[in-house]
Design a protein around this ligand. Sequence first.
Ligand SMILES: [Zn+2]
Ligand SMILES: [Zn+2]
Length: 260
Amino acid sequence: MIDSHAHLFEQYYGNDLTTLLQQLQETMEAVLVVGVDRKTSEEALQIAEKFDYVYAAAGIHPHKARPLNKKELAWFEQIGKEEKVVALGETGLDYFYENSPKAEQKKLCRQFLELTGEINLPLILHVRPAAGKNDAFNDIFKIIETTGRKEFDGVFHCFSGNSENAHKAIKFGFYCSFAGNLTFANDPELEKAARQIPAKRLLAETDSPYLAPQPKRGRQNRPDFVKHTVKKLAELKNLPFDKLSNRLKDNFFSLFCGKN
Ligand SMILES: [Zn+2]
Ligand SMILES: [Zn+2]
């Protein structure tokens, strides 16, 4: 089993973190631990260096967005060279909470899109529109179209858009990763998107410690709960669980571990 996006940090799991990481060693083939600022990006790398099945991503969450100066950009370039750092991000546009100004989120996002193009790493994007709107998706596609890059590598994590957004993301070269919200009651638009995305462009994740899938909803999430989301995806795609599971594994390794 693969969890393509989790935040396994002490600030969430406290003293249970080491036990959790040891337990997961028995059941998980890969877990991508995703940094949300420089501190957690470093923590992600430390965990990845300790555990074979853990990979790391280094980024700055849109909640904490502000443009990076040269020194900070160099820092991300540097950490991106570490063997176990397989992506930059997460970063992106969160207009639902809008914890930082949209203009700053957009600038940071553009910087990461450019940097990952230069250093040839995938980018993990977090895109969440304001309630009832498509604003964050419209803006991210505008940014993507105007970077000057022709090809992209990366993923729209915790995908929450409609099928039109999914098609656009895929057209640019991104994967779409589904999280526990897919298992919550009845989101026909999201389910339709999941049905339409080709299996070779799908990933599954937990976004631990948040968003535990049904039937674990309300509990603290953990990477092995990803199976509930994979099960739901398999139902929607009308594919056997094992077949989809293997496909998701291949997708994960080709996106994140195909790096030179
Ligand atoms: Zn996110
Ligand atoms: Zn996340």
